[in-house]
Design a protein around this ligand. Structure first.
Ligand SMILES: [Zn+2]
Length: 85
């Protein structure tokens, strides 16, 4: 492992993404995402997936806090995006 998260590859970042989200880290604030449009778009896709899952299975409780953490991470991403404008 090299110590600089800003220089990690997309593959390395995406491998860590589930752990980041599950641990409550703000994935959108990750140095790699800040410099990588591809992984920024990936987070947007995760939001779409989370919303679609809620619409498809509105009565199903999430298995744990994962969805909630995804949602809060995405909200922070939106706030960061609007603040940047
Ligand atoms: Zn990337």
């Amino acid at each position: 492992m090299n110590g600089d998260p800003g220089k990690m590859s997309c593959v390395d970042f995406q491998a860590q993404l589930p752990d980041l989200i599950a641990s409550g880290e703000d994935a959108a604030a990750h140095p790699h995402v800040q410099g990588c449009a591809r992984c920024s778009a990936l987070l947007a896709d995760l939001r779409t997936i989370a919303e679609a899952a809620r619409q498809l299975f509105p009565s199903v409780e999430p298995p744990d806090e994962v969805w909630e953490q995804i949602e809060s991470a995405i909200k922070r991403e939106d706030e960061a995006a609007s603040n940047a404008e």
